[in-house]
Design a protein around this ligand. Structure first.
Ligand code: NBP
Length: 481
């Protein structure tokens, strides 16, 4: 611990679980870190428990905190997203000087970051909205960091953030994403993909449990095995660990005594709202968000208990084949979920004029973050081969992976339907795939219907322009433009 002169390379304000672990990570990498928290007790708790891990500067007031920082001052805000972040930004901006850098490492909504960046720029301050993923462990040992904001601030900030980020093959899981809200935008989509990935894993578990009658420990073994192959990922790995956990009170698998109502903090919902505005079909993410909402609809679920299932088929006879089918269906559905997320990132980049590089995102998501997975290397390679890839599913590797999985995928969705097991994300991902590859969609009929009741016009396959049929007249067709 050191006295309060301008010696700290960075300050962290907001010392709850994430902020204190990032402050420790910075100190462990040799930076002198000024510490600040609204209630001083958290600052002291951090210093008591970990003050010997590096050089920290204890401060109580914002003025002391700012005075402790070298120029240009760099302050990382790690407080609750929303109003608390606005309040802290305002307090800091009042005492900071032109050229100083404010970094918001919280889970801000990207449109808030766009607003905040503009407001700070007008006051001569650099504002960096940085998405940080990896939870508390990642914050301490190396998260994935997605900083947006002015390029110039990354020159000063980049080396520092890259040093504390996770590394894969020596490459830091941190890169400058783009202007203003871009960092928080891609972090939001990252979280949306995380929702889809978790839902798909949940559906695979549900199928093994209810179609095959496996208990949690048997399913844990299956996930452990899957983790050693192309599905290898943090989420699959922790799934195996969770399923293997025994409840100390009852002696049952812990998962069997946890209430089956999933909660959400909002980033999945934000992703879907943004996708609706951008017109991007992120069906896997949307189904995942709705599946959590459905699980929490306790009154409706109680009321529906005992409703007719219709005639259900027997359980699959070839257990080994079914497990392999589920593995392949999971992989194919996962490819679709990531493809949809990357489509949303591309659309957001166009909408907001950000030059987003999907290959860079795949690179920095290989480590540190919750969706880190072996196959992100494949995504990275796909965008290296073709930076203008129309969709991940048409990249040669993924095209082939789906080709190998598609029969299994269909069998799994059919079995789920015939056994009355809900698989919204598996099924919607397969439908998305079938819709994309279809030669003709029923959208032609939709267009005709819209023209019928609203004279909305349609295009023809054989001539340019917009057309309208006089539906309530003689049904002749006119060309509008
Ligand atoms: P929380 O989101 O629980 O926030 C607690 C912190 O916010 C405390 O330091 C608290 O100060 C401070 N705070 C609040 Br609440 N209102 C304040 C105000 N009006 N003025 C000043 N400070 C205020 O902490 P967290 O879970 O560590 O997360 C920090 C940020 O990181 C959040 O934006 C979160 O969304 C994001 N994030 C979290 C995770 C994760 O895994 N938890 C992962 C990635 C990102 P006090 O001690 O005085 O009450």
């Amino acid at each position: 611990m050191t006295s309060s002169t301008a010696i700290a390379q960075i300050g962290v304000t907001g010392l709850a679980v994430m902020g204190s672990n990032i402050a420790r990570n910075l100190a462990r990498h040799g930076y002198t870190v000024a510490l600040h928290n609204r209630s001083v007790a958290k600052t002291d708790a951090l210093l008591d428990a970990h003050g010997n891990e590096g050089e920290f500067v204890r401060t109580e007031t914002i003025e002391e905190f700012i005075a402790a920082l070298e120029r240009p001052r760099r302050v990382l805000i790690m407080v609750k997203a929303g109003e608390a972040t606005d309040a802290v930004i305002e307090e800091l901006a009042a005492v900071m000087e032109p050229g100083d850098i404010i970094i918001d490492g919280g889970n801000a909504l990207y449109t808030d970051t766009i607003r905040r960046e503009a407001a700070m720029k007008a006051r001569g301050l650099n504002f960096v909205g940085a998405g940080i993923s990896g939870g508390e462990e990642g914050a301490l040992h190396g998260p994935a960091i997605m900083p947006g904001g002015p390029k110039e601030s990354y020159e000063s900030l980049g080396p520092l953030l890259e040093s504390i980020a996770a590394k894969v093959d020596g490459v830091p899981c941190c890169t400058h994403i783009g202007p203003d809200g871009s960092g928080h935008f891609v972090k939001m989509v990252h979280n949306g993909i995380e929702y889809a990935d978790m839902q798909l894993i949940g559906e695979a578990y549900h199928l093994l449990r209810d179609a095959l009658g496996f208990d949690a420990s048997r399913i844990a073994e299956v996930f452990t095995e899957w983790n050693s192959g192309e599905l290898g990922s943090y989420l699959v790995e922790i799934t195996a660990q969770v399923l293997g956990q025994i409840d100390a009170t009852t002696g049952k698998p812990l998962v069997d005594v946890i209430v089956d109502a999933a909660e959400q903090k909002g980033t999945g919902r934000w992703t879907v709202k943004s996708a609706l505005d951008l017109g991007v079909p992120v069906t896997g993410i949307a189904e995942a968000v709705f599946a959590r909402a459905l699980s929490g609809s306790r009154a409706q679920r109680r009321a529906a208990q005992g409703l007719a299932s219709g005639t259900l088929t027997e359980k699959p006879t070839d257990t080994t084949q079914f497990i392999e089918d589920v593995r392949r269906a999971l992989y194919a559905s996962k490819i679709v979920a990531y493809a949809q997320g990357f489509d949303q990132i591309a659309a957001g980049g166009i909408e907001y004029g950000w030059d987003l590089r999907p290959g860079d995102l795949a690179t920095i998501w290989r480590g540190g973050c919750i969706i880190r997975a072996r196959f992100l290397n494949r995504i990275k390679e796909a965008y290296e081969d073709n930076p203008d890839l129309t969709s991940l599913i048409v990249a040669p590797y993924f095209r082939e992976a789906i080709e190998q999985a598609v029969d299994s995928w269909r069998r799994v969705v059919s079995t789920a339907v015939q056994r009355g097991i809900p698989v919204p994300a598996f099924a919607c991902s397969l439908s998305y795939y079938d819709a994309l590859r279809a030669r003709r969609l029923p959208a032609a009929l939709t267009q005709a219907q819209r023209d019928f009741f609203g004279a909305h016009t349609y295009e023809r396959t054989d001539a340019p322009g917009a057309f309208h049929t006089l539906w309530s007249g003689d049904r002749s067709e006119t060309r509008i433009e």
